[in-house]
Design a protein around this ligand. Structure first.
Ligand SMILES: Nc1ncnc2c1ncn2[C@@H]1O[C@H](COP(=O)(O)OP(=O)(O)OP(=O)(O)O)[C@@H](O)[C@H]1O
Ligand SMILES: [Mg+2]
Length: 393
């Protein structure tokens, strides 16, 4: 059997999808050919690709249109900011697109996401729409805003780029474009994620809860399994994520980011219909990693699988983010020191360098540290502190 997988986007998620496709091809004795639509300079240009802008209708449409009438062609995406109109047009031409155009359209806009989750009776932070900056200023002057608040772009934000914390009405949101929402500032006990695979026939495969820690720029710093939160809350969070996946009618992966509040509630922060940064630890810590799960769900290869299981009792992922002095050709400092520490502790450490040009604040790779034994709280925090010694500059 030969599958042709058309992938919108060519960043690190595409790279890891490609790797998973090669492994799955071997495992199941099939062939999965990946073809990317990506921009000049993106890392997946080293694979079979076409150059184009995934946000442009014509580029996406022309990319897919060549495959009308050809068997076993599936279009998917590694980013949500793609032309959903073009995906819809391809669907109308009988190209299998997973996720569906409607799912992508809903996910692209944070306000639409919230409205959809509320329809499904899923709790989200209190949120209001703000059409433009002038309206924001008028509301702030009239004392209509309950500071502190989170000010967010409704679309195009990623890695905390469309998010700003505002403590009072004197601070003006900067570097944020487009449509906005204002959101209550939630007192968060723990940020978690739940990743779900949902097949084209609606079967769901759920990962356990992962804990996420963020840096001061709202970027994911570390992700840890198992979660430190109560078992009962973990089961609730998994149920909420399932409701979101059903409501969005997602096919492939859905990663749901949730807040556990200090008063023990669970709120959905946002969701992504693609592999997610919080799932990179599944590459070394689980029997089915998130990329393989996505492929299996969209290619209808789920007959022989169940919910994914950890192969390690502990996993931690650490993002390698460009330091403020990061050069294009960067180095990792303190890497050997941390590697030796992991070896001495009996942890397995693997490093993934995405091969991108270095830039301050850019995600350039990640490290997974796993252990066949459980770790104490002290051991976990020591490991996180050691990993934080690695600087990318
Ligand atoms: N309402 C809120 N109250 C408190 N903190 C928040 C709130 N909204 C967002 N944050 C913080 O900012 C982070 C980034 O926000 P959000 O996930 O909405 O943005 P993003 O740019 O889409 O992020 P990413 O792409 O990295 O997931 C959250 O993970 C959380 O740490
Ligand atoms: Mg987020």
């Amino acid at each position: 059997m030969v599958y042709t997988l058309l992938i919108l986007g060519g960043g690190q998620l595409g790279l890891m999808l490609h790797e998973a496709a090669e492994k799955l091809s071997q495992k199941l004795q099939i062939e999965i050919k990946c073809i990317f639509l990506c921009a000049e300079g993106e890392i997946c240009t080293k694979f079979d690709h076409e150059i184009g802008d995934v946000t442009e209708f014509q580029d996406v449409y022309n990319f897919g249109l060549k495959y009308v009438g050809i068997k076993n062609v599936i279009l998917t995406t590694e980013v949500e900011n793609v032309s959903s109109l073009a995906v819809r047009a391809l669907q109308n031409n009988y190209i299998s697109c997973f996720p569906r155009a409607k799912t992508i359209f809903t996910i692209q806009d944070k306000l639409r996401q919230y409205q959809t989750f509320q329809e499904a009776k899923v709790s989200v932070p209190n949120t209001i729409q703000v059409p433009d900056l002038d309206t924001y200023q008028r509301m702030a002057e009239a004392g209509e805003i309950n500071f502190p608040v989170m000010f967010k772009s409704t679309n195009g934000g990623y890695d905390g780029k469309g998010v700003k914390y505002l403590s009072n009405d004197e601070e003006l949101p900067t570097n944020i474009n487009g449509q906005f929402i204002l959101q209550e500032f939630v007192r968060i006990e723990q940020e978690i994620s739940v990743i779900i695979g949902r097949s084209t026939t609606g079967d769901v495969f759920v990962y356990p809860v992962f804990d996420m820690e963020f840096n001061e720029n709202h970027q994911v710093k570390t992700v840890t399994f198992p979660s430190r939160i109560d078992q009962e809350l973990q089961i609730k969070a998994q149920e909420i994520a399932k409701i979101c996946a059903e409501k969005l009618n997602v096919h492939g992966l859905l990663a749901v980011e949730l807040f556990i509040t200090r008063d023990g509630n669970i709120l959905v922060n946002e969701a992504a219909c693609r592999p997610h940064n919080s799932g990179h630890l599944t590459i070394d810590g689980f029997d089915i990693n998130q990329f393989e799960m996505h492929l299996r769900c969209i290619l209808e290869l789920t007959d022989d699988i169940q919910d994914p299981n950890p192969t390690q009792l502990f996993s931690m992922m650490y993002n390698l983010i460009g330091h403020k002095n990061c050069k294009e050709n960067y180095n990792f400092s303190n890497f050997d020191l941390v590697n030796t520490y992991c070896k001495n502790q009996g942890y397995n450490m693997t490093t993934k360098d995405y091969g991108k040009n270095g830039r301050p604040g850019r995600k350039l790779g990640h490290i997974n540290a796993t252990s066949p034994e459980e770790l104490t709280r002290h051991q976990k925090s020591l490991l996180a502190r050691k990993l934080a010694l690695i600087q990318v500059s």
